[in-house]
Design a protein around this ligand. Structure first.
Ligand SMILES: [Zn+2]
Length: 99
């Protein structure tokens, strides 16, 4: 059995992947009149799980973020979804591994 050191298990589905992605993303954004409240977290997963999570975060935040959802979260999440299609572990994952 050959062990590939570049494969990492996805924390979500447990699948071994050569493209584990970790992005620091706003997970909750509440926007009321002029004040906005942010919650950030490092979202980690294989490309498939990452896009599922982005979709879920997008849906959760439509109402609380309202205007900011369109001008901030939508482009942010779209960018993260686009980056998740690239091959290889993302920078945050490599950094966590100390590489
Ligand atoms: Zn996964």
């Amino acid at each position: 059995m050959r062990l590939n050191p570049d494969l990492l298990p996805c924390p979500e589905c447990g699948q071994q992947t050569d493209s584990l992605k970790g992005y620091r993303l706003p997970t909750f954004l509440l926007f009321i009149l002029v004040a906005a409240s942010f919650k950030h977290a490092l979202v980690v997963g294989c490309p498939t799980c990452m896009r599922k999570k982005l979709l879920k975060l997008g849906l959760i935040n439509i109402l609380p973020a309202n205007i900011l959802w369109v001008c901030l979260l939508l482009p942010w999440y779209s960018l993260a979804a686009a980056m998740s299609t690239t091959k290889g572990h993302s920078g945050a994952v490599l950094k966590a591994l100390g590489r």
